[in-house]
Design a protein around this ligand. Structure first.
Ligand SMILES: [Zn+2]
Length: 381
């Protein structure tokens, strides 16, 4: 058995969790093509923490890590007191994107692939990504050039048909499925955030394409990543509507003391400090900043990741950071080459160590949050 989980396997692993420990809740919402956005909880304590993964579908290690962490909790291997805390898990924020990316992966690395072959292909992909970084090649896409929309299982007909229509309209390069971070509408959920000047510039076509491997980045047309909205006038995607509604609801009814948002890659802990100007609210208070720095440091100490203050406010994760003190964005592992580079488990990249260090980091960070959540988070319920 390899380390990569496809969409169906993620659901299978989630179904296997001990329901006495991890409770399956109603989904927080549904995607355009009807896929549920799953929600699970651990514990019944008064201090609530929200953990999410998979906004960008190519950042697959985030989903895999969160599911791994839930499994360890389910197996009672983690010391977090369920009487004191409630953890909310949203391990697949972008189900449609996850179906697209993992269908591409399974076209080259089927489920029954041996671990050694999976490792060989993940390492090759990582190497190709490094080469793509230096020039005009697109070896990562070439590796998946045979992965057409037909690789998506027929049970996803509606999603598949929609993607084929998008392709007919926008002419994506071969192999694009492996780079598909967006949802099934071709909208990048992290960029799909209430309009800012940046978004206005984008819609007016002032910022268009990246370079090199990033040729795929297109801000003005639906595609694999970068596009913030499908309409000329801004439209929040259903996944984000559900996510914001979930945060708002949770914060208005519970004492929510923090949240951890998983992306990949970079090996960074990004938190809200007192720099930059947020379009969404006034500056955070000094108590909030101190709290953010404190929890970021605990996470960074456990993982040896770099601590970085938030510098941009044009993303959904930045908006959530301004809504909720104690929110961290974790860029899992410094390994290049999503979605496969992060699964390399040799001296080049240490997948197992990533899982272990981040498990410790979440545990210690949540404990720290419980001890030090500023009065600003506290709510009598
Ligand atoms: Zn990301």
């Amino acid at each position: 058995m390899g380390k990569i989980l496809d969409y169906e396997e993620m659901l299978y692993h989630l179904d296997q969790l001990d329901s006495n420990v991890i409770r399956k809740m109603p989904p927080i919402g549904y995607t355009t093509h009807g896929y549920p956005i799953p929600h699970y909880t651990y514990g019944t304590g008064s201090a609530h923490v929200i953990l999410t993964a998979g906004t960008h579908a190519t950042e697959l290690i985030g989903n895999c890590f969160l599911i791994h962490f839930m499994e360890q909790l389910s197996n009672r291997l983690i010391d977090l007191d369920p009487a004191k805390i409630t953890l909310h898990f949203l391990p697949i924020l972008n189900p449609e994107g996850t179906i697209i990316v993992t269908s591409a992966i399974r076209s080259l690395i089927p489920r029954d692939t041996s671990e050694i072959t999976e490792q060989f292909l993940a390492t090759t992909y990582y190497g190709n990504c490094k080469i793509d970084d230096t020039g005009d090649t697109s070896l990562c896409l070439d590796m998946f050039s045979h992965a057409t929309w037909d690789m998506i299982d027929d049970k996803h007909t509606k999603l598949k048909r929609h993607l084929q229509l998008l392709d007919e309209q926008y002419h994506y390069p071969k192999g694009v499925m492996i780079a598909w971070s967006s949802n099934g509408n071709g909208i990048d959920l992290n960029s799909n955030v209430v309009p800012t000047k940046y978004l206005k510039d984008t819609l007016e076509g002032n910022k268009v394409y990246g370079e090199g491997h990033r040729r795929l980045l297109c801000l003005t047309e639906p595609g694999p990543y970068g596009c913030p909205t499908k309409k000329e006038c801004f439209q929040l995607e259903v996944e984000n509507r559900a996510l914001l509604h979930f945060y708002e609801n949770c914060m208005s009814s519970h004492n929510v003391i923090g949240s951890i948002i998983y992306h990949a890659c970079g090996g960074q802990v990004i938190y809200l400090d007192d720099i930059g100007i947020s379009p969404w609210r006034e500056k955070p208070t000094s108590d909030e900043i101190e709290y953010n720095r404190m929890v970021a440091k605990v996470y960074a100490d456990e993982t040896k990741y770099q601590m970085n203050p938030n510098t941009s406010y044009t993303t959904m994760d930045a908006k959530i950071k301004t809504m909720l003190p104690g929110t961290l964005l974790i860029e899992l592992t410094p390994m290049r080459g999503t979605p496969l580079g992060q699964f390399v488990n040799s001296e080049l990249g240490l997948y197992d160590e990533t899982m272990e260090r981040n498990t410790r980091a979440v545990t210690e960070t949540v404990k720290k949050m419980c001890l030090h959540a500023p009065s600003i988070c506290k709510k009598d319920v």
